[in-house]
Unconditional design. Structure first.
Lengths: 226, 242
């Protein structure tokens, strides 16, 4: 066997791939489910927090900032592990899927809140003044005048942060979530062959290259235009 | 129409307004002039509570603005304001800018609001620009849309904070023409501005402020031709040198 044939036989073994690609496909479905959930709950909760922060209630904001900073500082895997292995001691037993979803959602929430907040504060004060001077209330101004302008400013950092978080779904493999990496790791153990990992990598590319391209499209389409 | 008494404003240690009394009658056009830092913009902004006075009382159209129980949003519907930097909403068309408050605050239906919005834009001579966004308007047009936005709510008094200071000279005329029309239609107006020609022609009363207080006030002929006070004379002398 030449070196090349040995390489192919090890990393691109046709028999192993044929046996395990359905598992990887299943893993892709789980990855997609997890990613979509994380993005929806993470962005929504981040936006809610930023809007609450705009109210300017000092003690609440101190607590908010503390929580957000902790969530941005901790490695996501640590949060997953804390939830999965720690919560059972208070009688809450989340599954691996739920633990991963909650952890990644909390991390995205923290980063998204900071990004939304930066957008809101970047809208010129004159916009607030003009709107309030016509009799619009604080919330009418925030939602109708300031937020639409703030959101356009936030699109580029939000898309890149969201893409980064969704790749964190791979961390779920550590707590037995059957997403791509989890399925690939099991297959590797069972077949004593690393080909499933190559398949897993291919699966990630298939999923995330379109996401990255879509992200760039969103950025250019909704970018801040004067 | 406006009764401001004993208005003080501190920004931290800085005492910007030092006990200002300003009374504006209905249909009057009061022009406020003074060197920068005199507190004229701050005073104007107190008149719709964009700035909260540290002390004093402000009653506009019978509403005590500083009473905690006053619904300031309702009060502000009666007080229109026009800003130096226009502050149009960039994500909406001109019509959208004018109708937003009509829909959200005055509770008009979209159709009603659009009709009133078109009427307001026509009043400032911009009926054909209703569908344009602020980015597509010249400075003079943008400021006129801002005026339309303020008058659409049919306020009882209009406040102008240096409305032409950010405009190229050739565009100033169009905005002053609209302001003159407003005056002729009987609007009560308080204008902070450096447009002395306009003041001479249209103002009922000119108020000269310096260092946080009203130094002198009177009809334009008095202030510009026979100022009683030393500081007034010095300021008028400076600006007339242009």
């Amino acid at each position: 066997m030449t070196d090349w044939e040995r390489f192919l036989d090890t990393f691109f073994n046709a028999k192993v791939i044929a046996k395990y690609w359905p598992d990887i496909l299943y893993g892709m479905v789980v990855t997609i489910e997890l990613a979509v959930l994380v993005v929806v709950t993470g962005l929504a909760s981040g936006l809610v927090l930023a809007l609450l922060r705009a109210l300017g209630i000092r003690p609440f904001n101190w607590l908010l900032i503390f929580v957000v900073d902790v969530l941005r500082a901790l490695p996501p895997l640590v949060i997953i592990v804390l939830i999965y292995f720690g919560l059972p001691s208070v009688d809450i037993v989340p599954s691996g899927f739920v633990s991963t979803w909650m952890a990644l959602s909390l991390v995205l929430m923290a980063f998204a809140e900071e990004i939304f907040w930066a957008g809101i504060t970047a809208v010129p004060r004159g916009q607030w003044e003009a709107a309030r001077s016509t009799g619009l209330s604080f919330s009418q101004t925030l939602l109708g005048v300031v937020l639409p302008q703030a959101l356009r400013l936030t699109i580029p950092p939000l898309t890149s942060r969201t893409i980064a978080i969704t790749k964190g779904t791979a961390l779920g493999s550590v707590v037995a979530v059957s997403e791509i990496l989890g399925q690939a790791s099991s297959a590797v153990s069972n077949s004593y062959n690393p080909s499933p990992l190559m398949l897993g990598a291919a699966a990630y590319l298939v999923l995330f290259i379109p996401v990255v391209v879509a992200g760039r499209w969103v950025e250019t389409r909704f970018a801040w235009k004067k | 129409m406006i009764e401001a008494r004993g208005v003080h404003k501190h920004f931290g240690a800085l005492h910007v307004l030092k006990g200002v009394d300003l009374l504006v009658a209905e249909r009057e056009l009061v022009f406020v002039i003074g060197p920068s830092g005199s507190g004229k913009s701050t005073l104007l902004r107190c008149l719709n509570r964009l700035e909260e006075p540290s002390a004093g009382s402000i009653v506009v159209d019978g509403i005590d603005l500083l009473d905690r129980r006053t619904d300031i949003n309702r009060a502000r519907q009666r007080i229109g304001m026009v800003f130096q930097s226009f502050n149009l909403y960039p994500h909406m068309t001109a019509l959208g800018n004018v109708t937003l408050a009509l829909r959200k605050v005055a509770g008009k239906s979209r159709a009603e609001a659009d009709e009133l919005g078109h009427a307001a834009l026509a009043r400032v001579g911009l009926a054909d620009r209703a569908g344009h966004t602020p980015g597509q308007l010249s400075g003079g047009q943008a400021q006129r849309v801002a005026i339309a936005r303020a008058i659409a709510l049919e306020p009882r008094v209009m406040l102008f904070d240096e409305p032409t200071s950010a405009l190229d000279p050739e565009l100033v005329g169009s905005v002053l023409a609209v302001m003159r029309q407003l005056r002729e239609s009987g609007m009560t107006m308080v204008v902070v501005s450096h447009e002395m020609g306009f003041a001479r022609a249209a103002a009922d009363r000119v108020v000269f402020m310096d260092d946080g207080a009203i130094v002198e006030q009177g009809p334009p002929t008095q202030i510009f031709e026979h100022p009683a006070g030393e500081r007034t004379r010095a300021f008028i002398g400076q600006i007339q040198r242009h």
